[in-house]
Design a protein around this ligand. Structure first.
Ligand SMILES: [Zn+2]
Length: 144
C-alpha cells in the first residue's frame, strides 16, 4: 500500500459553516471527556495542495489515501508538536462521526486507555456512534 503525505492547510480553505459546526461540536464534547481546550486543524493530501497554500510542511504520513482524521494528544512533546491536544480533519472528507471519533482518541490518550489499536478504534467508533445521536442541530443524522 502506498503512503500518503498530509499537510496542514489554512482554515480559510474550509467551508466556514463546517468550521463553525466542528468548533461547536468539539466544544460540547471536550468538557464531557475531561479535556481542556482542543485545537482543530485541517489537512489535505500533499499532492492536492499547491505549495503556496500549505500552512506547514508535512504533518504526518498515513498508510493509505483514505484518511478522514487524526488525533495528537500532547502537551509537552517539544518542538514540532502541537501545544494542546489537537485533532486533524481532512478537509472535504470528514464526517461528523469522524470529529467525535478523533476527540475520543484524545480522551483515550488523556486517560491512559488500556487497549491495542483495534480496541482503541472500536471504542472511538462506538462512542462516536452513540454521542452523535444526542447532538443538536445540523450534526444530528437524518432519520432513516
Ligand atoms: Zn481512529
Amino acid at each position: 500500500m502506498s503512503r500518503s503525505e498530509w499537510v496542514e492547510i489554512s482554515p480559510t480553505l474550509v467551508d466556514p459553516r463546517a468550521l463553525m459546526a466542528v468548533r461547536d461540536m468539539v466544544d460540547r464534547v471536550a468538557p464531557e471527556l475531561g479535556l481542556g481546550q482542543v485545537d482543530v486543524r485541517y489537512v489535505a493530501r500533499a499532492d492536492m495542495v499547491p505549495a503556496n497554500e500549505r500552512a506547514t510542511p508535512t504533518v504526518f504520513t498515513s498508510s493509505g489515501p483514505d484518511l478522514h482524521g487524526s488525533a495528537i494528544y500532547t502537551g509537552a512533546g517539544g518542538p514540532g508538536w502541537p501545544p494542546r491536544p489537537t485533532i486533524y480533519l481532512v478537509a472535504g472528507a470528514f464526517k461528523p462521526n469522524d470529529v467525535l471519533h478523533e476527540v475520543r482518541h484524545l480522551w483515550q490518550s488523556h486517560t491512559g486507555f488500556d487497549g491495542d489499536q483495534a480496541a482503541r478504534e472500536a471504542d472511538a467508533h462506538a462512542w462516536a456512534g452513540q454521542r452523535i445521536k444526542t447532538l443538536p442541530g445540523p450534526w444530528r443524522p437524518p432519520r432513516s
